[in-house]
Ligand binder design. Structure first.
Ligand code: DQA
Length: 144
């Protein structure tokens, strides 16, 4: 494994200015820098989209290229069965996928307590800010 995809769903392009009390002040560009610095020889590719079909296409790419994924599905977490079915294709192909959240959705509004993704993810890390991604990276690179 020499590459990891870090896929981010809707509104996460607004990190840095979006609800900093909840999501901190780091941006997607900061996330790319932090993950690349921690990844050593592994290439980390951070992407963000507000589009469900684009996010699904990236998951299909992960299946077809057997590339491990760190996924923050953002609000899609809570209701997108289409995204869930795409995630299931990744993990059923034996490709690891870790669901991450910056905040702890379980300590927030009730609608955030449900994830339709978690049951088909390899694992879930939530509530550690930007470190949620770094912890997921550490776990994925353990099996390199
Ligand atoms: C989030 C939590 C979701 O409930 C929310 O819709 C997001 C971000 C997180 O990283 O904490 O957009 O996935």
């Amino acid at each position: 494994m020499s590459r990891i995809l870090v896929l981010n769903g809707p509104n996460l392009g607004r990190l840095g200015t979006r609800e900093p009390d909840v999501y901190g002040s780091f941006t997607i560009a900061d996330l790319q820098s932090a993950l690349s610095a921690a990844a050593g020889s592994v290439t980390v590719e951070v992407r963000q989209t507000d589009s469900e079909p684009e996010l699904m296409a990236w998951l299909f790419e992960a299946v077809d290229t057997a590339t491990p994924v760190i996924l923050n599905p953002a609000a899609f977490t809570h209701y997108s069965y289409a995204l869930r079915d795409a995630v299931a294709q990744v993990t059923k192909a034996g490709v690891p996928l870790i669901e991450v959240h910056i905040s702890n959705p379980h300590s927030r509004e009730e609608f955030r307590h449900t994830s339709v993704i978690s049951a088909v993810a390899t694992g879930v890390i939530a509530g550690f800010g930007q470190d949620s991604y770094l912890l997921a990276l550490a776990q994925l690179t353990r099996s390199l």
